[in-house]
Design a protein around this ligand. Structure first.
Ligand code: GUN
Ligand code: ZN
Length: 421
């Protein structure tokens, strides 16, 4: 099947390489982009959908988010470790139940699509049912989703711990069950250094080594109390990164959420190993964790992606998250360019997820995951963006935009969300 979409088109394959067609045409055959360029009338038998006044960008990639925390967004009053104990662990216990997992997974993925997110790296819970539910819901929607069972065999309540053996067996079974299905991928997911025994971290490293197609997804250096606890638990390790590295958990398939309290040396070693950082500004502000140093991480060569980190994060919207990223950078004396921000939320995320050959920059041969942005989505946006340059319009969308600015979301060339229906 062939279809075509006419609108302004914008993609940012590299921070300094902007692809822009003021009046563009995207042609899609069987879910794959076969042409992307300035508008010229296509052959008569190709139907054209025209979005005047709107802008097509690649679908957003959320590189760190927890679907089981959907119902715990906006839990008042504490920082990371207390927040986990008080609000998050009790909520995650319920995901032993497949029906509950199914209901939240469906809501969560629909919320991603409403916000223009077409790919994501997602935490499930320790329970295999939570992963099966998410993958089935993602398969139904044909989304590019990477997830995995959380490994945690210590310092968590009853009903939320596995063992080295069960964590290994359940992860291997999930990898075997879901490998090659739809557009799904698996991530070995030790929750963080504090909730796995040394033996479980060894086992996680072995799984990453044994399966070249899986990612490694965890948290690192988010909160000062957490960092101190890791230093106490791993006295022989040089720093937090080393606590993972000694188990073989740092490499080009690794995604570390947060990386706020990282030394230059840690960023250097992450960059040397090709590991990625997920910058989660709404979460970092909400939990009072700190200000990610995007300029310093980038200067060291660390690949950076954007995460909402729901439920410590406070919005499903990647546009809004980029607005908060801008403010975090401002607090550090840096000004995040809106094209760079869009790059991080598309190609940056796709690289972290190992899918940059498939999605993220609207290039020929890529899968047609894209979003139709409406710069006039609200009266204020309409007033503020009228007559603006592309740079300023994109910035206004990041500062003022949210789900209301997502007019349509397409997944592999098919309409997956329509705002006004
Ligand atoms: N560190 C360990 N677990 C979590 C979690 O669920 N959320 C966040 N933000 N940080 C974590
Ligand atoms: Zn997280």
């Amino acid at each position: 099947m062939i279809s075509a979409f006419r609108a302004e088109i914008l993609a940012v394959p590299e921070p300094g390489n902007i692809v822009h067609h003021l009046d563009g045409l995207l042609i899609i055959e069987d879910g794959i982009i076969v042409s992307c360029g300035p508008y010229v009338p296509p052959p008569h038998d190709i139907p054209v959908t025209h979005f005047p006044g709107k802008t097509i960008v690649p679908g957003f990639v959320d590189a760190h988010v927890h679907y089981p925390q959907t119902e715990r967004i906006a839990a008042h009053g504490s920082q990371l470790l207390e927040w986990l104990d008080k609000h998050i662990f009790p909520a995650e216990i319920a995901f032993a139940d497949r029906g509950h997992s199914d209901r939240i997974a469906a809501f969560f993925l629909d919320e991603l699509l409403r916000n223009g997110t077409t790919s994501a790296l997602i935490y499930a819970t320790v329970h295999t049912a939570s992963v099966d539910a998410l993958f089935e819901a993602a398969l139904t929607r044909n989304m590019r989703i990477v997830s995995g069972k959380v490994l945690m065999d210590r310092d968590a309540p009853d009903g939320l711990r596995d063992t080295v053996a069960s964590g290994r067996a359940d992860s291997e079974a999930l990898i075997a069950r879901w490998r090659g299905k739809g557009r799904l991928g698996y991530a070995v997911t030790p929750r963080f250094a504090l909730t796995s025994t040394f033996d479980q971290l060894v086992s996680a490293g072995e799984m990453v080594a044994a399966h070249p197609d899986v990612l490694m997804h965890t948290h690192m250096a988010e909160n000062l109390g957490e960092v101190a606890a890791v230093a106490a638990r791993f006295p022989d390790s040089r720093d937090y990164l080393d606590a993972y590295d000694r188990f073989g958990l740092v490499g080009p398939r690794s995604v570390f959420a947060h990386c706020i309290h990282c030394s230059d040396d840690m960023f250097d070693r992450m960059a040397a190993k090709g590991a990625h950082a997920a910058f989660c500004p709404t979460s970092n502000l909400f939990l009072g964790s700190g200000l990610f140093d995007l300029a310093r991480a980038t200067a060291h060569g660390v690949g950076v992606a954007i995460g909402t980190d729901i439920g410590a994060g406070t919005s499903f919207s990647i546009l809004h998250t980029l607005g908060e990223a801008y403010k975090v950078c401002q607090m550090r004396g840096d000004s995040l360019d809106p094209f760079h921000a869009l790059h991080l939320a598309t190609v940056g995320g796709a690289r972290a997820l190992g899918i940059a050959d498939r999605v993220g920059s609207l290039q020929l041969g890529q899968e047609a995951d894209f979003v139709v942005l409406d710069p006039a989505a609200t009266p204020l946006l309409a007033r503020r963006t009228a007559g603006l340059s592309l740079h300023d319009k994109l910035f206004a969308l990041q500062i003022l935009g949210d789900d209301r600015a997502i007019a349509f979301t397409y997944v592999a060339g098919n309409l997956a969300h329509e705002r006004d229906r």
